[in-house]
Design a protein around this ligand. Sequence first.
Ligand code: ADP
Ligand code: MG
Length: 376
Amino acid sequence: MKIERKEVLKVLENISAPGEGKNMIESGAVTNVMTFADEVVVDITINNPTLQARKKTETEITNIIHSKISEKAKVKVNIKVEAADKPTIKGKTIPGIKNIIAVASGKGGVGKSTVTANLAVTLAKMGFKVGLLDADIYGPSATIMFDVMEEKPLAVNIDGKSKMKPVENYGVKILSIGFFTQPNQAVIWRGPMASKALNQMIFDAAWGELDFLLLDLPPGTGDIHLSIMQSLPITGAVIVSTPQTVALADARKGVAMFQQENINVPVLGIIENMAYFTPEELPNNKYYIFGKEGAKHLAEDIKVPFLGELPLVQSIREAGDVGRPAAMQTATPLEEAFENLTKNVVQEVVSRNKSLPPTEAIKITTMAGCSTVNKK
Ligand SMILES: Nc1ncnc2c1ncn2[C@@H]1O[C@H](COP(=O)(O)OP(=O)(O)O)[C@@H](O)[C@H]1O
Ligand SMILES: [Mg+2]
């Protein structure tokens, strides 16, 4: 008899750990599951359980595996206790990382990854220590944009622990969900799996000292975003939008998500991408094909800083496709545009850090089917 790890994860979704509203997979209480033939090992980490609660959890896990998978399964449950007063991994700040900037967009395809890649190389050129974490589970693209598709993060040993070493190019340390998936394979990452993978890329990675860790978020405003904000102390968010009405409506939702009362991630500002089309040979000709200054007006309307605009030019697209971000080309109008944008972002980070305390990671609990978000 061979029990599959997948089956176990699935049945564990039916039970919750003591004190947690969500099921134990979603809540992160299940820290590891291993299967060997008919043997199942489940590791659980919970805050200060009573002996009774421990026993109950153990029995529930054993029973559900016996009833839903196989009566003959040999189940071993290891319960680790995490003292409530000790910060959990979710609330932890990340040693060595000074600022985490989330780059978000409501809508896909607006140039979020392009902007992130160019911000990253520009920050590196300015002398900052920069990391880029491509967290776009729907369409990771950092490996293409940085021409590191053939590379894989190596394992390094740090203080006796094995850590993932980010791949480096153009002065930017990179980890991407794309390193762990096949290019042609459709991977459906479910919320908890995705946040687990992301957690590993953050906490089990050897980022070293970073002034900025840029986070290329998936488009949209769904569960996965809440998961990410739950696990990371994000300094601030940058929203990318085109001037088009449909993109603006989604950008507005994106801003609202970060500003939500119990999330409170400061929005550093909005970037207008594809502000106008300009042919390389006629740089003074500007065609406002998606409308004019839409993102700028949105920023004014909702009172968040406007960080700048980028034109739609063929060379930005080409640079992304060949894996050498456009901002790498020196002494071009584009380099200047990216520099202005980056300076504005840095300035907003500086003034944000002066006026606000560090962002705390948040705890999200589900009660009676409705999702509530609590500051830890
Ligand atoms: N300012 C721009 N000028 C030209 N092409 C752009 C620009 N911004 C993005 N693109 C192109 O548009 C496509 C989508 O951009 P991408 O950054 O992948 O968007 P997202 O990450 O928001 O889905 C890519 O092919 C990219 O090269
Ligand atoms: Mg993208």
